[in-house]
Design a protein around this ligand. Structure first.
Ligand code: DOR
Ligand code: ZN
Length: 347
């Protein structure tokens, strides 16, 4: 009989992942499929997913790239621009092609140059979304480069979120990949069924110091950028309290190594091979394993009004070595914690 610690939970969903397309998609999808039953697929491709036809084709490409026979379900999102057509959006949502729409502030991150410069440009869209109960996913950072990069999330809450929620009090909003104490407090204080936040494994495990240990670490550059330790601790505390307003969104975001280690290195951390194992590591460190399943498998579907998964998975306390790299033709992608060993693995 084995006396290794085991935890069986409902198979989780990843409420925020970048799968990219073509060669990269084919190589990386298996990691998301292995750990997650469903995932919200970010629409910021080089040609963003701005209409339902693009979403249908992209969803097919994803399903065709599946490897593991898990019946993995991609959940598609519409990328909002100032040209977003109301009819398109309505058709896409009512036909279950889109489960939400994403607001990227213009120039805030990868492929956001067709994002929104002024939120009032899309008030008519938000009004429709509120009426249809269509969730709005937000990259919550002020994109003005004059604002200190470490303050952009807090500033966004103050200047955009607060007024936005006054104008659209019943719009369902997910503040994605939150990184600050201000964001945690904002979500906790509002305790509203219209507001939730996702948290990544890297923002739980690391803080901004980690980017500068033994020289600069481009692999840890992501947006929103890693913050001070007080903010990391606020996120760790938030998940340990068992609030149902926070849930799993890995923000796994692969880039080829040559694009990360570059004079204009890309933002993004590819954590799909280990994200769930990182989360359980943190929950265990925080002595909060009793809230682990809700964070991974219940709070998300409850917020999105989707059924909770039927399947289960078992995690086991046994060393797990994270692969060093994933080759993509002549190039490769370096995963988060490349070559390191975690204490948890999947059975
Ligand atoms: O670090 C990030 N990478 N943050 C984002 O918001 C986008 C993502 C990407 O697409 O690479
Ligand atoms: Zn993202």
């Amino acid at each position: 009989m084995s006396c290794l610690k085991k935890i069986k939970i409902i198979k989780p969903d990843d409420w925020h992942v970048h799968l990219r397309d073509e060669k990269i998609l084919k190589k990386i999808l298996r990691y998301t499929e292995m750990f997650y039953q469903r995932a919200i697929i970010m629409p910021n491709l080089n040609q963003p997913i701005i209409d339902y036809k693009k979403a249908i084709f992209y969803k097919h490409r994803i399903i065709n790239a599946t490897q593991l026979n898990t019946k993995f379900e991609p959940l598609m999102i519409c990328y909002l621009t100032k040209e977003t057509c109301l009819k398109e959006l309505q058709y896409g949502f009512l036909r279950n092609i889109f489960i939400g729409a994403k607001l990227y502030p213009n120039q805030s991150t990868t492929n956001s140059n067709t994002g929104i410069s002024k939120i009032s440009e899309i008030f008519h869209v938000l009004e429709l979304m509120q009426k249809m109960k269509m969730p709005l996913l937000i990259h919550g950072e002020e994109s003005n480069i004059n604002i200190d990069i470490y303050d952009r999330e807090a500033k966004f809450i103050e200047t955009t979120m607060i007024p936005l929620r006054k104008t659209f009090p019943e719009l369902k909003i997910i503040l994605e990949h939150i990184t600050t104490k201000e964001a945690v407090d904002y979500i906790e204080e509002n305790n509203s069924s219209y507001l939730a936040g996702t948290i990544t494994p890297h923002h739980l495990m690391l803080n901004r110091n980690n980017m500068f240990i033994n020289g600069i670490q481009p692999n840890l550059y992501c947006l929103p950028i890693l913050k001070r330790k007080v903010h990391q601790n606020a996120l760790r505390k938030a998940i340990s309290n068992g609030s149902t307003r926070f849930f799993l969104g890995s923000d796994s975001a692969p880039h080829l190594y040559k694009h990360k280690i570059n004079i204009f290195g890309c933002a993004g951390i590819f954590n799909a091979p280990s994200s769930l194992l990182c989360y359980i590591t943190v929950f265990e460190e925080m002595k909060a394993l009793k809230h682990f399943e809700s964070f991974c498998s219940k709070n998300g579907p409850n917020f999105y009004n989707l059924p909770i998964n039927q399947k289960t998975i078992t995690l086991i306390k046994k060393p797990y070595k994270i692969l060093k790299k994933i080759s993509i033709g002549k190039d490769f992608i370096m995963p988060f914690l490349s070559g390191e060993t975690l204490e948890w693995s999947i059975l």
